[in-house]
Design a protein around this ligand. Sequence first.
Ligand code: NDP
Length: 283
Amino acid sequence: MTQILDGKAMSRQILDGLKNEVASYRQKGFRAPGLATILLGNDPASAVYVRNKRKRADDVGIKSFKYDLPTQTTQLELLTLIEELNNQGEVDGILVQLPLPAHIDTSLVIYAVNPDKDVDGFHPENIGKLSLGHPRFLPCTPKGCMYLIQASKSKLLGAHAVIVGRSIIVGKPMAYMMLNTDATVTICHSNTRNLREHTRQADILITATGIPHLIGEGDVKEGVVIIDVGINKLEDGTLVGDVDFDAVKNKAAAITPVPGGVGPMTISMLLENTVAAYRHHLS
Ligand code: NDP
């Protein structure tokens, strides 16, 4: 029978564990962990993401440092704020919600965050450490995918992992993570010829393209583990992944639903990284 990888339940467990850990530090008289969240502009989706991150941080006992900046905030103002937070002793993690408005150079902002507080795991130093096999902070979405893959109990050593999508926030770090667990990795993208030829070889298939139902029944083999990162809104408002869940479900050994699969894991990984930074800063 197909295993449905329930990211919601797993995320709840992880958050409970973090809450207990933070409570035990507080009982011993330590300060609360601190997470600074910066929201620049008024993109409605970003506002929802940031609100959820702050709410979950509160639930776990992480102190939120909230910055809601107007769209016209200059790059210099943003970089100055990041520098202040880099030096603020109570702040363990800094999250700048992406995407940023066009007048801001996103790379400069990512580079400006102290790598020790880079709980999103996007700083080149952290990506570099991951690529060398000595990770510090793992980017949250692929880190959540790894938890889900581990829950499927599928053997990673020597498995063929096919990743569809090569963005810096999902596909590329995912590839390093799979390599670091001794899988054999294929990365596909929009210029890949005959995508199906690759996806049909996957023991583990991870998709992050933003194309609804890109992967259908004929694109996978029996017994595959499918991790669907895509979150796509159809015209009628329904949320679907990159995978046609109903069509492939019976062929897969394990599969994530959308919603309720990878999505909920991303926030818990952010908070897990924040508590890891806190632990490190206390020691
Ligand atoms: P990007 O747009 O940055 O990257 C999409 C990737 O898909 C690119 O590498 C692109 O190739 C590739 N691609 C596009 N079309 C095809 C195709 N026909 N065949 C193969 N590859 C293709 O997206 P993100 O990585 O930011 O996000 C991807 C999806 O994941 C979105 O639906 C997003 O909403 C979701 N997401 C979900 C998160 C969660 O928490 N669950 C977190 C982050 C994202 P190329 O590089 O050649 O352009």
